[in-house]
Ligand binder design. Structure first.
Ligand SMILES: [Zn+2]
Length: 76
């Protein structure tokens, strides 16, 4: 059963999310990751093994489908 690690709500939705990862010093944006999203606070957690699969995907140097440029800000 689902329990949110942040707010302990027990309701969730399955969604496809987009997430930015930093792997070996390189930023990669991964789209359409299946995640479990808390219905109350929106905390995303990935299905077990997802992070590992993303790592493998990036390490295998799979052809990325797109490249984007994004602004970077420093807060401190
Ligand atoms: Zn929550």
């Amino acid at each position: 059963m689902f329990t949110c690690t942040v707010c302990h709500a027990q309701e969730c939705r399955n969604e496809l999310v987009t997430e930015l990862f930093q792997i070996d010093g390189q930023y990669v944006l991964v789209e359409r990751i299946s995640a479990v999203v808390c219905a109350r606070c929106g905390e995303e957690s990935f299905v077990r093994g997802t992070t590992e699969k993303i790592r493998l995907l990036v390490h295998s140097r799979a052809e990325s489908t797109n490249s984007i440029a994004m602004p970077v800000f420093e807060f401190a």
